[in-house]
Design a protein around this ligand. Structure first.
Ligand code: NAD
Length: 256
């Protein structure tokens, strides 16, 4: 558990905050003193996350927000409710909302492709754009936007044509955002997890998980907290000279 206060008085927005990596990011940010907006399509799971958070150190408090990141209207409502509650936009945003709908390329339905792109790629675009617009509009001096990509966006993965395309896409989105937004003091980076124990990987058959573990130099799956640690670094001023980067959190899977 972190003991640092490097995120004190930062307002942070975490999409997908109701589960897995997003929940661990909320917990890590709160433990470093941040106020956290736990945003998820699932209200109950977001409330469950909220219930695990220590009080923030600035007295701004945390909040739950229901959002469908794939809907522009829903993202707009999210930002209106944040501004109404805190009177300023988040200076840190983590795009962790994501889904899988796996199938082999030869069988994949158009709808399976569209849905995954809409949540993972378009959702990251809509939220990144909304945060950036709000920060620029209020003249904020700095911001940090972190998008959870995936190592499989780089190397491909059988059964995940839709998912790997979405995750390769968020790296391109992040690099372009980094170039366009640096003049406003906003940094944009990706974390690329390998295989992390969450509800998402619970769906993967045990024999595939065993195979994956045998390929990981550190010989195990990762924990959500280990991805959250890197997000906290990217959120903080400790990473002030890093933008447009993708940091792999894979236990060494697919080195090189
Ligand atoms: P998870 O299923 O535990 O959590 C995903 C969360 O996103 C859920 O709470 C879900 O309700 C929320 N969500 C889904 N659709 C949404 C929408 N339209 N709007 C708002 N919220 C929505 O999965 P996880 O493993 O914690 O994944 C988090 C992120 O990490 C995802 O982007 C995923 O692609 C990425 N990732 C995970 C792994 C892994 O091994 N678990 C590896 C690489 C990348």
């Amino acid at each position: 558990m972190a003991t640092s206060t490097r995120l004190i008085s930062r307002l942070t927005l975490v999409t997908g905050g109701g589960s897995g990596i997003g929940r661990a990011v909320c917990q890590r940010f709160a433990s470093e003193g941040a106020s956290v907006v736990v945003a998820d399509i699932g209200e109950e799971s977001a409330k469950d996350t909220l219930g695990t958070l220590p009080n923030d150190l600035s007295g701004q408090g945390h909040m739950v927000a229901v959002v469908d990141v794939s809907s522009k209207e829903s993202v707009k409502r999210l930002f209106t409710s944040i501004q109404t509650h805190y009177f300023h936009p988040p200076s840190v945003c983590v795009n962790a909302a994501g889904i899988t709908q796996d199938d082999f390329l030869l069988n994949m339905a158009e709808d399976q492709f569209d849905k995954v792109i809409q949540v993972n790629l378009k959702g990251s675009f809509l939220v990144t754009q909304a945060v950036a617009q709000a920060l620029v509009a209020c003249g904020a001096a700095k911001g940090s936007i972190i998008t959870v990509g995936s190592i499989v966006g780089k190397v491909g993965n059988i059964g995940q044509a839709n998912y790997t395309a979405s995750k390769a896409g968020v790296e391109g989105l992040t690099r372009t955002s980094a170039k366009e937004l640096s003049r406003f003091g906003i940094r944009c980076n990706c974390v690329l997890p390998g295989f992390i124990s969450t509800a998402m990987t619970d769906k993967v058959p045990e024999k595939v998980i065993s195979k994956i573990k045998s390929l990981v130099p550190l010989e195990r799956m990762g924990e959500p907290a280990e991805v959250a640690d890197v997000c906290a670094f990217l959120a903080s001023d400790d990473s002030r000279y890093i933008t447009g980067a993708s940091i792999e959190v894979t236990g060494g899977l697919f080195i090189g």
